[in-house]
Design a protein around this ligand. Structure first.
Ligand code: MEV
Length: 305
């Protein structure tokens, strides 16, 4: 028996970092996916996961699943990715979620999306130690989500379209390290950072309405404000700032880094008439354009087998 399943990567639209500290964020699932094939074999395990940057996510997923739903099958597990783990699209979370789903299918166990999210978040915390779980939620539920720390709220937004340009900085960010460094700074000056997080929270709340109303002027304005607050947190870098500024100069409604900062990607909100100009401008300052659709499907079975 064999199943092939897949889960999407993600992009943070609003609220990164603040979401680690009991605030909401908005995340969208992207059309680039990680596929996992799980096949029953006589005995033992073989794992072929060349794109997975930390194999502990695979090992811990198998261990946790077995602990909750004991089974005795031998398994061969293979992963294939439609995006580089360098982009910060949440490849580890997508692999974790897809593998949980694949294991449940092979063992004929019905897991709800909530159960997949809970198990995935548990695995994520065990391997990584830090994180809000928003990336696990995006991989599980897909779409564009209003998400509160730890999944206390996970609510899909009514989004029809979201015209984003995505630029990769060429620099790989170490998310857990950035989150830990920021925590050290927060511990020294809690009040100051709480104020910033409250401002980000307000942006997320306003951003939710602006996105649902397709009010791009307002959404762009809020993206710029969010980026400025991320600069204040000290997580942006020159390259991301330059890419955002280039996008704005070329007519984007707004631009911000997306994710932990320190590298990875930025996003710019555009319309049909300025999209190409914005892409060119980002490339001119050394960014790489990553073509993805947003608001994508969550974890699902690939029907092509
Ligand atoms: C990283 O992509 C986003 C952070 O908010 C971390 C997290 O929420 O787990 C910085």
């Amino acid at each position: 028996m064999k199943v092939r399943v897949s889960a999407p990567g993600k992009l943070m639209i609003f609220g990164e970092h603040a979401v680690v500290y009991q605030r909401p964020c908005i995340v969208t699932a992207v059309s680039s996916r990680i596929h996992v094939t799980v096949e029953v074999k006589k005995e033992g395990f073989t794992i072929n996961a060349p794109q997975v940057k930390d194999i502990r996510f695979v090992e811990e997923t198998i261990r946790t699943f077995k602990q909750n739903y004991p089974f005795n099958l031998g398994l061969s597990i293979k992963t294939e990715s439609e995006f580089s783990s360098l982009f910060g699209f949440g490849s580890s979370s997508a692999v974790t979620v897809a593998l949980l789903y694949g294991l449940s299918k092979i063992n004929k166990i019905h897991l709800t999306q909530e159960e997949i999210f809970r198990l995935g978040y548990e695995i994520n915390l065990r391997v990584q130690g830090v994180g809000s779980g928003f990336d696990i939620a995006a991989a599980t539920f897909g779409k564009t989500l209003y998400f509160f720390t730890g999944g206390k709220i996970i609510r899909p937004l009514k989004i029809k379209k979201l015209p984003l340009v995505v630029g990769y900085s060429g620099i790989k960010a170490d998310t857990p390290k950035i989150v830990r460094l920021l925590k050290e700074k927060i511990d020294e000056n809690k009040e100051e950072y709480e104020k910033i997080f409250d401002q980000i929270k307000k942006i997320v709340e306003e951003g939710k309405d602006a996105l649902e109303k397709q009010d791009w002027e307002k959404t762009g304005f809020l993206m710029n404000k969010n980026h400025q607050l991320l600069q204040k947190l000290g997580v942006s870098i020159d390259k991301l700032d330059q890419m955002c500024q280039a996008a704005l100069n070329a007519g984007a409604y707004g631009a911000k880094l997306s994710g932990a900062g320190g590298g990875d990607c930025m996003i710019a909100l555009v319309n049909e008439s300025n999209q190409e100009k914005v892409e060119q401008a980002i490339k001119l300052v050394g960014g790489e354009i990553i073509k993805v659709e947003v608001n994508a499907l969550g974890v699902s079975e690939d029907k092509s087998l």
